[in-house]
Ligand binder design. Sequence first.
Ligand code: ADP
Length: 610
Amino acid sequence: MLKKKKDAEGQSGKVMWKTLGFMLKTAWQHRPSLIFVYLVRLVADVASKLSSIILPKFLLDEIVLFAGGAELSQHIRNAAFYAGLIVVINLAASVLNSISANCKATISEWFNEYFERMLSDHAMQMDFEHTEDPKALDQIGKAKEGISWYSGGVIGILDPAYNVAMNLTVLAGVVAIIIVTCPLLLPLQFVSLIFITVLNARVNKIEAESYKELAKINRVFSYVLWNLADFQYGKEIRMYESADMMSHKAELLGMDLTSVWRSNQYKQRKSSWKMDIINALRDGISYFYIGYLAIKRTITIGDFSMCISAASSLYWSLNGIVISVQEIMKKCNYASEYLKFLDYPAAMPKGSKAVTGEQHIVEFCHVSFRYPRTEKDVLHDINLKISSGEHLSVVGLNGAGKTTFIKLLCRLYDVTEGEILIDGVNIKEYSDEEYRKLFAVVFQDFQLFAFSLKENIVLGGEEDAERVKEVLTLSGLYDEAMKLKNGMDTMLYKGFDEDGTDLSGGQRQKMAISRALYKDAPIVILDEPTAALDPVAEYEIYRQFHSLVGGKTAIYISHRLSSCKFCDRIAVFADDTIKEYGTHEALVRKTDGIYAKMFAAQAQYYVENA
Ligand code: ADP
């Protein structure tokens, strides 16, 4: 038990030093002026604190001497000098403090934005698998809150570190004064401090525990609130009258948050009362002891005043150190969630090989796959070879595993068994960045961003207005785009721009297809790219695509089997595997086959409709 506690303490000490080191390094790398600001403050604060303890003693002693009948002019001159010195030092300190506070505020704002940028950059680089892992999502939430308002980031952590340095310097001066004038005060202050430290540690522990609980509730709470206000969800919320349901959910979560806060406050209050009582007792005993020394004339009236200030300063410096160390530990603990997130282990091992050449052969060898945190394979023993330039159609009922097959090929997940080879090399050996250059994919649930039409097409590529025009023409969207007020520069959605546009389902799909064409990658994958298109537009897309994709390898997932005629081979997915494989003609001939039946059913539908 004791060993466990010691290990935990050692662990939190390590976390503190690591995080503190990280913050200092980050400050030094990006805003070194911050360290200079702290140094100036240190000189100003120490001078102001020590002078306001020592100088009043001399001032008071001059007054007492004068009251005792000494010569007037000399003592007035001395008293005026000490009073003037106190005023000048305090004024200089307060001017320097206010300048440094302004500098700190600007720097703090910069660091807030910096950490947000780093967080979102890292979240975007994370393995895809983590994006649906509740643990990883919780970690993002903890990192976000931990580095911002729970720890206060660089300033939030360097401020208490500065307080420790400043209080230690003041403490050295104050201890020297007390040893010379009223030495018994030292043990009294230390004893009271031990009690205060224990109580304060308890308060911090309560807060840290509630933080973990709050992070989880906050993530759901923000999601529900965000949905309520988000333009994209507007239609669902109105048409399915879900606003009340969402509000109710938010209200319940809000109640959970309040109850965690309330119980946290109640537990903390008990400890703060005890701290108030200890403080009052200590002050009473100190005053009595120093007063006793003055009455016995062991010390002068000036010393009496200096001792009172020194005793209070000793306590506040020690207290400041302890509280600041605890604050650093607490804040480093919160901020370390950010470091944990930056170090979040990769879900998949990373390779480093570059993909070379223009022609690529794709092979699935005995591939089986089950999603993380699930029990059953969704794909089992998949074997398939796609030659360079081949057009493969992937068909099957909903849930047959077609999209999963694509996700595995794109290495959004790693196979559970078997291997996927490109040009004879296991895809795990390629560098992610290089590997993803191979594919231009239109996912079933593709996303368009609230950027301009052009930006949505170019995304990470080099901007070439002519090519944007070309791909928009190929997908059949160019004429419609040109009718918009700002043409290709029109913003999508109205969230950030009144002149923004909201596209129809078909137009959105054409945008996604344009984006894939723009990437000009050697392997093109379309996962149900035409589901939202009318038959004429669909026919046009396939006709154009076939000639456009031309020599490239292409994989189409489609429910419209008429589109399969355009492909060299068809793979029919059923019962977690590839059940049929061959050309359209060969598969249609197998009259009791899955493909033949599906094709006949659809053909009949079209004939009936015609
Ligand atoms: P298809 O594209 O053929 O409609 P999918 O590949 O999308 O089928 O899905 C295959 C199976 O995998 C389905 O049973 C689906 O519920 C399951 N599945 C899909 N995505 C996930 C996921 N992220 N986590 C767990 N199961 C999933």
